[in-house]
Design a protein around this ligand. Structure first.
Ligand code: EPZ
Length: 420
């Protein structure tokens, strides 16, 4: 086990420059897409994070081959020796559900463990299942596993009851090889979904967007290989932008896509931080010691991302006044609140809202992380908490952030990874 030890400083100013990694939530569906073809799929700018290792293990267990060389992974799945995604892998990472669509579409069968819930709430996959059934898959749920079968999927009109990121991704991949035309309505519009469609079209799929959340997919018999650059991680970008705002720092973020982070940037500017684009793919953030309170409500892209809710809440603990944070996507995504209160924050949860009263001076303590973004929030709080903050169980953090302590140290933070 490992922990992070942070020596916080209320007057810390992060300075210098830092390079963002490729997006975890873009590389996972892109790796799953390699199941759709027998040819090589080569992905570059991949983040070296635990979730990538997990899904590559899953691809290998299914019978695929892969080779990682620096920030590039080459995958090839000429055939499969198993069509089962085991419970231990799915439990380790619910995004393993992304192999369901490709396996059924190309091989006619998939057996995937039900993901179950996690620290941020119940994580149903009924919309994935309903969509695949519309395309003609026969699906049964037995012994905690989804068994899906189809001789060949057939195009259909699928309207998602609510926006689902991986549900949309599963259906884009399945429809790409279905016989005939599929129309997907009420699709998630996250950049990672749009980028998956770009990759699939490079592989020979025929996907076009009829409007922002309606896709038309004309199925093809088979798909080929492709080379693709993974887009920058907009949530890592948002996390570091908040670090700059929180510490009244002044630094550059490289390898970013500003438009993917527009809503977070807008809220940071409203809180008093300066955020400027520097050329094509860099941002400059300069924080202010006077942080303005404001209300945040999470919603599907292009709204304020739920994956930035915990991190932004830390900034709001330093704002003068009261802020209301409303979480509309997940039913239990306030696990970071109790830990922030232990660091000295004044936050009260009332249903889907958290009422944050600031400004509170934070002081270091031993805290525990329960999910990926809650962990990131505790790191941010530790930076400006007087004294030492120890964050235990940082395997959650390592699932989605590449070398976060090195990146923060490079900006002037005092943070170490320690074996326990
Ligand atoms: C993706 O999860 C992301 N993960 C999550 O990021 C992100 O928080 C989430 O989208 C929302 O933006 C990946 O892309 C790998 P959803 P996903 O399906 O696809 C409900 C992180 O920190 N729903 O968009 O699982 C669901 O309960 C992770 O990087 C159903 O009801 O989320 C939720 O309330 C955490 N039935 C809402 O929809 C379904 O079949 C959105 O979930 C599917 C979802």
């Amino acid at each position: 086990m490992e922990k992070l030890v942070i020596r916080g400083d209320r007057d810390l100013r992060l300075c210098g420059e830092v390079r963002m990694s490729g997006a975890k939530n873009a590389v996972l569906p892109a790796i799953a897409a390699s199941l759709l073809t027998s040819e090589e799929v080569r992905l570059s700018n991949i983040p070296r994070v635990k979730d990538v290792e997990t899904i590559l293990t899953l691809i290998a267990e299914l019978g695929g081959a892969y080779k990682v060389d620096g920030d590039t992974v080459s995958l090839r799945v000429p055939k499969i020796r198993s069509d089962e995604a085991s419970y231990e892998l799915v439990r380790a990472m619910r995004a393993s559900i992304l192999v369901l669509g490709p396996l059924v579409a190309r091989f006619g069968k998939a057996v995937v463990a039900l993901p179950g819930g996690c620290a941020i709430g119940s994580r149903p996959i009924d919309l994935h299942i309903a969509g695949l059934q519309k395309l003609g898959a026969t699906i049964s749920l037995e012994h905690g596993y989804i068994q899906a079968q189809a001789d060949r999927l057939r195009g259909a009109v699928v309207e998602f009851e609510k926006k689902t990121v991986t549900g949309t991704e599963n259906l884009l991949m399945a429809a790409a090889l279905a016989k005939g035309e599929t129309i997907l309505k009420n699709c998630a519009q996250e950049p990672e979904v749009v980028d998956l469609a770009v990759l699939l079209n490079k592989m020979g799929a025929k996907i076009e967007w009829l409007d922002a959340d309606t896709a038309r997919v004309r199925g093809v018999r088979e798909l080929g290989g492709a080379a693709h650059d993974i887009i920058p991680d907009r949530i890592e970008t948002g996390t570091f932008l908040v670090a700059g705002a929180l510490t009244a720092g002044d630094f550059l973020l490289r390898n970013v896509c500003p438009e993917h982070t527009a809503t977070v940037i807008e809220k940071l500017r409203a809180s008093g931080a300066i955020v400027e684009t520097e050329g094509e793919n860099a941002l400059r953030v300069a924080g202010s010691r006077e942080v303005k309170a404001q209300d945040i409500t999470t919603s599907p892209y292009p709204g304020f991302p739920t994956d930035m809710q915990a991190q932004f809440m830390v900034l709001l603990t330093q704002a003068a006044g009261t802020s209301i944070v409303t979480e509309t996507i997940f039913d239990r995504r306030f696990s970071h609140v109790n830990e922030l209160v232990r660091l000295g924050a004044s936050i009260e949860v009332q249903g889907d809202k958290a009422v944050v009263k600031g400004k509170t001076l934070l002081s270091g303590a031993e805290v525990i992380a329960t999910d990926l973004r809650a962990s990131a929030a505790l790191v941010l709080a530790g930076l400006v908490a007087a004294g030492e903050t120890t964050i235990n169980e940082i395997e959650h953090l390592d699932r989605g952030y590449e070398r976060i302590e090195e990146k923060l140290r490079g900006l002037g933070a005092s943070i170490e990874r320690v074996k326990t």
